[in-house]
Design a protein around this ligand. Sequence first.
Ligand SMILES: N[C@@H](CCC[C@H](N)C(=O)O)C(=O)O
Length: 284
Amino acid sequence: MNGLGNEIIVADMRGRADRVLPAAAIALNGDIATGFDQIMAIHDPRTPGTAAYVEIINSDGSRAQACGNGMRCVVHALAAESGTTSYVFETIAGILTGEARADGLISVDMGKPRTYWQDIPLSEEFYDTRKIELQIGPIDAPVLHSPSAVSMGNPHATFWVDQDVWSYALDRFGPLLENHPIFPERANISIAQVVAPDHIILRTWERGAGLTRACGTAACAALVNGVRTKRTERQATITMPGGDLIVAWREDDHVLLTGPAELEFAGRFDPATGAWSRSEQDVA
Ligand SMILES: N[C@@H](CCC[C@H](N)C(=O)O)C(=O)O
């Protein structure tokens, strides 16, 4: 599937006790036909009142706590299967809800952002995480500097820029910043240009996946950081390489992410090895 070009494998692991192993993720990502950004593994529910426990695996085999576009793909897949439109899920980061809307878009409630430095987490104390000390490039003329940091379940840094986001070599800076010692669990790195109080243009280097066409939690993080730094309103369109997401930071502190999701093709894979085959009857 994809959520706005964020390439997602939704793996139905219900009724099984095993897990998708890092080796399988790495093998699937190494095949041009199945290269992906995240696997969303749907397991049997662990908590009463939830539809499933969802585990998130990045394309490098690492586990992630949150994935906004992936959750939207999961809602789309389950709604297509059962006709049910509202879901409650459990992830390692907590309980999330999602809804397949009548207009075809999928909304997920990504929960409450966390801004305290230890919750993001950062490796040193910052009283104010709206602007942390981090820069890249020459010391006296940094190319990117002073990002806002936040956790949407997973760690994010948003670098604010005035110029076109495409004029920055995110493919070069992304890996350095993702692995900077200030982020003990690594981080998702975004470049954001606020073009209007209700419109942000965003590119993201994802932890464990690299450059992606969209990142739902990065879009949420950009909006939350935009509000915290008085750059944006509480609802905005976030334009990413794959298209537009709508993010709203509600007064109850929850962040709502809305956008499209679509099926590309279906098949079966071995969660231990990644060996896979395409299903004949499934269409793009
Ligand atoms: N594509 C995602 C984010 C996936 C997880 C991220 N790479 C991490 O490791 O935190 C999204 O849509 O939010």
